[in-house]
Design a binder for this molecule. Structure first.
Ligand code: ZN
Length: 255
């Protein structure tokens, strides 16, 4: 099934109109759905956010308070996820152990994140890129200052526009910032349905996670797994299609 058709049907089931959820004229929302949209098919006890972009900390806190959260210690880190996501992650961890494997987080921020953390990550790409491009005279000092003075989320459309002209903001400045870091308020970690896995290169680890509803869904982000709460064979009916990167399988919106 095509992703937008699925979304429309799914939102109708939840009494939400597609036009309220998604503005097709908004280039940023469209881009976010294309890159990170698999999250919105999450089920099996998982609750996807009711908006594509959280505009501020208040909206994130309200969502995080509305869902059931479980805390657990994995690999020495205290982590928090939506209850269904954590239950199936712990099941994966146990299954891995039975097979002499481990599933551990990449770091302390591998699961739950706050809006402030996503803003900080975003700035860690934007600030050095602005410096670089002003030095290269691809951007005036004044333009750079203007971008800095915008609210984090207001920076997104301006930066995506600059990237159309080859002024890229990823860490290595060679591609879109979207492939490097999620714009403020769009990270799947805010929804408590994402987990960054240290052992993502191990095929057996990926299989165990997939059998428990955890899939790779962001092609540019190999260690990042999303809890979709569905069986792999059912994902095409949920508007997703298979993608591939570095020999690994990703489930991405079928757009
Ligand atoms: Zn991640």
């Amino acid at each position: 099934m095509k992703f937008y058709r699925f979304l429309e049907k799914d939102l109708a089931d939840k009494n939400i109109r597609l036009s309220e959820f998604y503005d097709s004229a908004d280039a940023v929302e469209k881009r976010i759905l294309e890159e990170y949209g698999a999250l919105f098919v999450a089920r099996g006890g998982a609750i996807p956010p009711d908006r594509i972009i959280f505009k501020n900390e208040r909206e994130v806190v309200r969502f995080q308070k509305s869902v059931s959260i479980t805390k657990a210690n994995i690999g020495g880190y205290e982590l928090e996820l939506q209850a269904a996501a954590m239950k199936n992650l712990l099941k994966s961890v146990a299954e891995a152990e039975e097979n002499d494997l481990t599933i551990t987080p990449r770091g302390a921020d591998s699961a739950r994140r706050s809006y402030a953390q996503t803003v900080e990550l975003w700035a860690s790409r934007v600030v050095p890129a602005l410096e670089h491009w002003t030095k290269k005279e691809m951007l005036s000092e004044k333009d750079a200052e203007n971008i800095c003075s915008l609210a984090p989320f207001e920076q997104v459309p301006v930066i995506l526009k600059l990237e159309e002209k080859g002024v890229f903001f990823s860490k290595d400045l060679s591609k879109s910032i979207i492939y490097s870091v999620a714009p403020p308020g769009t990270s799947q970690h805010l929804s408590l349905l994402a987990f960054d896995v240290a052992e993502y290169k191990n095929e057996n680890v990926r299989e165990i996670l997939a059998s428990n509803g955890w899939f790779q869904t962001v092609v540019s982000d190999l260690p990042h797994f999303t809890y979709l709460g569905a069986k792999e064979k059912d994902l095409p009916d949920l508007g997703l299609k298979k993608g591939e990167n570095c020999g690994q399988v990703f489930w991405i919106p079928n757009i």
